[in-house]
Design a binder for this molecule. Structure first.
Ligand SMILES: C[S@@+](CC[C@H](N)C(=O)[O-])C[C@H]1O[C@@H](n2cnc3c(N)ncnc32)[C@H](O)[C@@H]1O
Length: 264
């Protein structure tokens, strides 16, 4: 059955549950500066959805410019209402939504490209992933970084539902299908609203679950000079503390989320 949520609720619930644009922008800025010794100014946000990250990016500095790329007019329209509308006139001039395919975008070269919330998992063959990573590399300036996020761990391949209670909202992340031979998988997001009504399959994703080592190999094949894997620090209760640092070894957690940075 089709969800009864309005578009405003659909994107409000999504962003409250799975996105923290401010911390992602801070992470990319700080890591770029650590790597190249200067601040980055231009960003391309692939699979941008509402462009929350891009709109946050242009607020950092008057030299910051961003391009949000998404195929689908619906999240772009909602992003213009939710985020772009809150920017100043000068910030709006530096924020560009582009309704385009990431494989064919004509956006100019930038310092940073990001692909977050695992959106690049839609590319299921190695050939497609090499092609995507090559186009990203060509679109980066000489001092460029491509940031990807990734989730994995044995628990993430099980048909289970993670539940997160937020203020007046419950978020469900369900693994509905996982093929161990191909890593083809289906994940769905459900929500329960403040009135206790559950909305099933508000977002569904048909992906290949890629692993960290194979992605780093493909990034090298696509011409990136170096990749950095990150790992999240621990909080006092055995969870993540939200701080990601470069790492080459880590505890074999049941389920984890992390980042990769690929340097031009
Ligand atoms: C999982 S959402 C991610 C939204 C946002 N990046 C985030 O972090 O929440 C995936 C988005 O990718 C878009 N998309 C899928 N394939 C695409 C492609 N080839 N080019 C551009 N956008 C694409 C979809 O329209 C959707 O808005």
């Amino acid at each position: 059955m089709k969800s009864q949520l309005t578009l405003e609720q659909k994107y409000d619930f999504y962003e409250r549950s799975v996105q923290n644009a401010e911390s992602e922008v801070a992470f990319m800025h700080d890591e770029y500066k650590r790597i190249y010794g200067r601040s980055p100014f231009t960003l391309r946000e692939d699979f941008c959805g509402t462009g929350a990250i891009s709109c946050n990016w242009v607020q950092q500095d008057k030299q910051c410019e961003a391009y949000g790329i998404d195929l689908d007019p619906e999240p772009i329209k909602m992003g213009k209402e939710r985020h772009y509308s809150k920017l100043t006139k000068a910030q709006k001039e530096r924020m560009h939504y582009r309704e385009e395919n990431v494989l064919k975008t004509k956006a100019p070269k930038v310092d940073v490209i990001c692909a977050f919330n695992f959106s690049y998992f839609i590319f299921k063959s190695r050939k497609q992933m090499v092609q995507y990573f090559k186009t990203v590399r060509k679109s980066l300036n000489k001092q460029g970084v491509f940031f990807l996020d990734i989730f994995a761990g044995p628990e993430s391949q099980k048909l289970v539902t993670d539940v997160k209670k937020l203020n007046g909202l419950t978020y469900y992340w369900e693994c509905q299908h996982f093929n161990p031979l191909t890593h083809d998988c289906t994940f769905a997001i459900h929500f329960k609203d403040a009135k206790g009504k559950k909305h099933e399959n508000v977002f569904t994703y048909h992906w290949r679950m890629w692993m960290m080592p194979e992605l780093r190999d493909i990034l090298a094949e696509a011409g990136f000079s170096k990749t950095i894997a990150y790992w999240e620090g621990d909080d006092e209760d055995g969870g993540g503390n939200g701080e990601f640092v470069p790492a080459e070894d880590a505890e074999n957690c049941d389920a984890w989320v992390s980042y990769i940075a690929a340097l031009t």
